[in-house]
Design a protein around this ligand. Structure first.
Ligand code: DGL
Length: 265
């Protein structure tokens, strides 16, 4: 049972930031990653479409005999986590809870900003999770849809990235937020640019490490943790695996030799 892999999925490349964190915290675990490159972006899709795609991926991972599924995509976590938990036989963890927990632990003044996709922002999943933990929190949200293609195109160091980020971050700068949740798996890749604009006094929070720690606690508690050997990473993409592999080499700390094509529907 412990040798079974952890399944991780995202709409594309961004979830590799979560895969890196899982790898650091759980180096002995086998990991299977699925990037839904045929259907990215999820952020502008309806809840129904995101749920349908997430369930198809969840079922595929379940067929690979995984012991845990990590929904690395914020949009899918915000919109489909309930359905995934209900319909799959394998335990499922999302990224919203860990991100909210971390933000509440870090904020000093209770003013928290959430950056996410349109789908994540509209679902209000972060405000709901934050207010449960900190009922007096002041929360503002900002959808940043153009960040995803910047990351998928590896344009994060271009001047365009900074120009777009300055525009999106203006309302945050005008607010009292001392903590900003990077509520999309792609955004940590833009951390340097965002930190430069917001300044050192603002905490940037992403769910990756907190989620990896939560996964570790879960595996230990259920006696599912693999404690020896080096875990294997297997990667699937639903379209253009060669392109995915080229870009994945930039984001992923580990080198991967193959990205398998697995069409979804
Ligand atoms: N991975 C998605 C998320 O974390 C963002 C990319 C998309 O829109 O598909 O919300």
């Amino acid at each position: 049972m412990t040798k079974k892999a952890i399944g991780v999925f995202d709409s594309g490349l961004g979830g590799l930031t979560i895969l890196n964190a899982l790898r650091r915290t759980l180096p002995h675990e086998n990991l299977i990653y699925f990037g839904d490159t045929a259907n990215v972006p999820y952020g502008s899709k309806s809840k129904e479409a995101v749920t349908r795609l997430s369930l198809a991926i969840g079922r595929f991972l379940q067929e690979q005999n995984v012991k845990l599924i990590v929904v690395a995509c914020n949009t899918a976590s915000a919109q489909a986590l309930g359905e995934l938990k209900k319909r799959l036989a394998v335990p499922v963890m999302g990224v919203i809870e860990p991100g909210a927990t971390k933000a509440v632990g870090v904020t000093k003044n209770g003013h928290i900003a959430v950056l996410g996709t349109e789908g994540t922002v509209n679902s209000k999943a972060y405000p709901k999770a934050l207010l449960k933990k900190l009922p007096n929190a002041h929360i503002i949200q900002q959808a940043c849809p153009l960040f995803v293609p910047l990351v998928e195109e590896n344009w994060t160091n271009k001047p365009a990235a900074e120009l777009i980020a300055r525009e999106y971050l203006l309302p945050i700068q005008q607010s009292r937020a001392d903590t900003v949740i990077l509520g999309c798996t792609h955004y940590p890749v833009l951390k340097e640019v965002l930190a430069r604009i917001l300044g050192a006094q603002v905490n940037l929070v992403d769910s990756a490490d907190t989620l990896a720690e939560a996964a570790q606690v879960f595996l230990r508690k259920h006696h599912l943790a693999q404690t020896t050997g080096k875990g294997r990473i297997t990667v699937y993409a639903s379209d253009a695996p060669q392109r995915f592999k080229r870009l994945a080499q930039i984001l992923l700390a580990d080198k991967i030799s193959t990205v398998h094509l697995k069409k979804l529907l």
